[in-house]
Structure formats: C-alpha cells, structure tokens
Design a protein around this ligand. Sequence first.
Ligand code: NIG
Ligand code: FE
Length: 416
Amino acid sequence: MTKYKLIGPITQLISMDGLPLKGALKDEELQVIHNAGILTEGEHIHTIGNYDDVTEIASNLDVRIIKLQSDYVCLPGFIDVHTHICFSGSRANDYAMRNSGKSYLEIAKAGGGIWDTVTNTRIASQQELCHGVIKRANHLLKNGITTVEVKSGYGLSVEEELKMLRAIKEANLNLESDLIATCLAAHMLPKDYDGNHQEYLNEIASTLFPILKEEKLTNRIDAFVEQSAFSKEDIEPYFKKAIEMGFDITVHADQFTPGGSKIAVKINAVSADHLEASTDAEIKILAESDVISVALPGASIGLGCNFTPARRILDAGGALAIASDWNPGSAPMGDLLTQACILGTFQKLSNAEVLAGITTRAAAALKLEDRGKLTSRTLADFCLFSTDNYNEILYHQGKLTPSQVWKRGDAVYTEQ
Ligand code: NIG
Ligand code: FE
C-alpha cells in the first residue's frame, strides 16, 4: 500500500504556520491557502500548497487520491493542554449547591469538592478509569482534538496516583489521539495523610518520581498552588527535585489568589494555567518570561468566576494557550471549541488569537514541535469543517463541529 495520500481541493487551509509565539495577533497574520491540497507521507505532511501545485508534485509518486467534492476549511488538529479526564463519579450535587449559594466550606462539609472525586477514583479499578479516559478522549476527537493532556491528581497516594497514570498510559495505547500525561499528586493534601504538606510532598518526590521515570508514565509534574492546596514555600523544593530529575513543570496558578505564577516564572515552568486572579504584576512577569499562560474558560463557566485576563496577557506580550480543564468539579462541560469561543467574545480576542491558543501556541505549552500547525514534516493531524469561510467556525461557538478528523495521516472520524 502506498504511503502517500493527496487530499483536496480544500476551499481554505489555515496552516497556523509562521506566527510568533508571543503577543497579540491579527487575523491578517493567518496564512490562508485557497484551493489547497495536502500531500501526506505516512504520519506526516509532505507538502501543502495550491491544489494544482501539490497535484503536480504527487504525479511523480504512487499516491492515493482523496478527492473532496464540496467546500471545506482545514485547520490543524486541536490540542487540549489541560484536562483531568481520568476520574470516576460526578459532582452534580456540588454544582447544584454552589449555584444555590452554598460556600466552598459548606460543600466540602457535605462531602463535595476534590476529595469526593478522590474517594470515587480510588474505588474505581485501573480498567474502569482507562475506559473513562477512552470515552472522553473519543468525545474530544470528534470535536477535532487530536492531542490531549491528561492529569492524575485524584489518587493522592503513591499507589493511587500510579493507578491513574497507568490507566492513562493504557488508554493512550487504545486511542487514535495522543495523550500527554501529567502527574498532579500535589493537587491537595490528602485528608487521610498522616503528616504535613512538606512530608507528603517529600514522600511523593522520593517514592513516586523514580517510578514515573522507570515506567515512563510521564515527564511532567504539576501542582495546585493555592491557599487551600500548596503554598509557594511548600512547592518550590518539590519542583526543584522534579527539575533535577529531568521533569518539566506546569502549575495550577493564580486561580483564586495570585502567587502560583511567580513560582512558575522563578522555576521556569513550561506553563502557568488558570490565572483568573492574576493582576498586572503577574501578567508582566509572565509576559517577560518563557512561561506559556493557559486560560481555562471552562473553569470560569463552571464556577461562575472571572475569565483569565487573556486580552491583557496578549497585549503585555505574553504567550496564550486555551484549554478545557475538563474535570468533574470546576469544569464539567469539556467542550474546548465552545469555551475558546466564549473566552474570545468576553476577552475580545481575534480569531487568530483563539485558534493559535488551541493549535500552535498550545503545542508550545506541551513542548511539542511536531504539531499545532500544518507544514512540511509536521504530523498530518487536521480537521475539515464543512464551510467555505474559516470565520464561520468560531462564529458558531462550537456548534459547527468537524466533518472529518485526520490523525497521523488517517481519517479517524467522519461525520455521518
Ligand atoms: O483545574 N484547581 C484545581 N483543580 C481543578 C479542579 C479539580 C476539581 O475540582 O476536581 C481545576 O480547576
Ligand atoms: Fe485543572
């Protein structure tokens, strides 16, 4: 069977190539190829360009031609850089209580909050967790998301965190999309832990980190830096140990109170996520750093909180990615495109800024150089939307979903 495929003609192909990593973007900066063709070679893009030119190149090759018969807009496969889709149970009662005016403390007392999900996740088997991840990742795939970051963090002991991360690894072997795992053992101090914050973190670093390396479960460490979770002082030595062992760092930062972004910059984390409570001071240090800011509109919508100040981050010169934060507590919706559109309308983001936030800038937040844009040698991960104008996609705020999703050179989803 031939390794080459020619797909087209495509009415508009938005490559997301050639854009700066940081700062505001104008829609005019987007590379739009009209009447485009994609030539794939195995898992990768061989050439993109004008359909006739690509057809000419393909004429010298043994190529399978996939001729499109109507209007399509092509975008790179989307990348969701922050999710918690490995969990068991529901927090529908938390949601109802919160919207009836119950406080965080009252909800926790009634058995809700992160600990409720920890309890349910501990009861679930590795296989049950794996099935849950597969189901949710396949839902995301239909919406064009071909790479998904997935955190642990509902196990909160060495064994239970391992169960989660092994479930994520197993799910990854059974999915078309790529999962990127992250260890969030520092999500909160487990209620049943016999010791203080520092003792818990020391145990995780000395016992769990080496196994993560040994079993190749993840090379990313995350922590929730917040008054109700871990302080800057607690977390700095933990992150330093992780860095010494070669892990990349990402931080749940400034969600309710500022603080986490400062530590993210200090230890040169890959990303600082949330940032709903960031002030000008945090925005400035983030913009001057190499840390990618990740907005999580799903958590703002789920909790009824402020949005991440995405406009100010971009105007200050920061790099902005947008992710769903899909989790059972603060962000149960899990619909990245809808949420990115809503963030765009409230924060006045250009379509280029929104699309970059879920493609090329998202790839940078996971240090993935082989995706997030469509150009020679990147992965052939892309979506085709049934429309003739790329502006229609964000305008429909998630209602317009892809007609086809391609992953590593294969059509893995086709709308019926
Ligand atoms: O990213 N902020 C902390 N962690 C998650 C929420 C987890 C949960 O409530 O289950 C978040 O919003
Ligand atoms: Fe989160």
